[in-house]
Write a protein that binds this ligand. Sequence first.
Ligand SMILES: *Cc1c(COP(=O)(O)O)cnc(C)c1O
Length: 456
Amino acid sequence: MDNQKRFLLTEKEIPTHWYNIVADMKNKPLPMMNPQTKKPLTLDDMTGVFCKACSEQELNTTDAWIEIPEEVRNLYKNYRSTPLVRAYGLEKALGTPAHIYFKNESVSPIGSHKLNSALAQAYYCKQEGVTNITTETGAGQWGAALSYAAKAFGLELAVFMVKISFEQKPYRRSIMQTFGAQVVASPSMSTKAGRKILTETPNYQGSLGTAISEAVELAMQTPNCKYVLGSVLNHVTLHQTVIGLEAEKQMEMAGEYPDIVIGCFGGGSNFGGICFPFMRHNILDGKTTRFIAAEPASCPKLTKGKFHYDFGDEAGYTPLIPMFTLGHNFSPANIHAGGLRYHGAGSIVSQLLKDGMMEAADVKQLDTFKAATIFAQAEGIIPAPESSHAICVAIQEALKAKEEGKQKTILFNLSGHGLIDMSAYDMYLRGDLKNYEVSDSEIDSNLSGLDKIINL
Ligand SMILES: *Cc1c(COP(=O)(O)O)cnc(C)c1O
């Protein structure tokens, strides 16, 4: 086969700016709200918890392009551009006329896309004289990325790791500790939010929502300390647009433009990261690309949640975010895609979904592992359980194209590798994994308290 398979950019071609889609959106997301004043969140409200540069980016609705600081770009060069790969093996395995491409973010030194924002946020904190940072982590991918980024910029980091992942994925904890971070299983007894949950539910396995509460609480109580978030917020997704901006140039090298772009969905950062630079052309140039967010059937905020103001965390410390949510008290099943066990979605993607600019699909755990196995055998890469959700939808779309006898160009983001998730694969191979779904009544009862917060 003499067709080119792998597309890379030179250092000079690595994007110099991130793309802020809010500037181009016809309907802007509703403002986030300060839960105390019930007024739109101000810069001052945000800088109590987050560093100033990220707070400014969060509230920026006018600048479409925001420069990537030179120090951050230099660190990006250690692993970027990441390859855009034509998945010939997968196409053949499926016998589809579709052209399937994936953007391989798993080649980052930490194994996922998370480093793209971790480096940026650590850099800004250092610039502003912050000495300590706190964060949460689910599967440990974000914690691992931030641990390295904190070390790169000389910051002390405390990570609250969701307890189920702390136990299921001990090697991610070792990675964080190797980079010098303090790692605590959440819920912990070291914060008020953690103690409250542990007293009420001693066996609680933790959730991202709880871990965020603990990390925010510690940051607010520690001098010279800021909280850093790995997904959901606008500035995190902004940093991840480096993925889609590279992919745009690489697709051009391949001489194609995607009909469908797919990303798995936890809080929306890798999905927005790969999609927004292409969605820009839907908004500005009349392109008709479809964008599909792939979420777990066990945590279906986009397909079954409600659009409402809700907290980003369990205890209610964060601003109120206008989002598709299952309710901040939602306790997701213990699926292995830890990075997707989050009750809500970012405000930008929520608005885009409401406006029909994108779609969402929910996938069952066993189907994601089946898709992961097909992909692994065809392409030689073990995907992260999170990324396998995107692969599963990509395969569905490729098979649909086969049925319809249509040539489609499909692009998905391989957000990370699964080499530290082999215990989950073991369980799948042994037949010990199962599907979890949430009933409508469970969702309704969990959402019933939301109207008390702020009515839309
Ligand atoms: C964290 C994570 C996700 C989900 O987070 P998003 O912010 O929705 O991208 C997806 N894939 C991997 C590999 C992750 O580590």
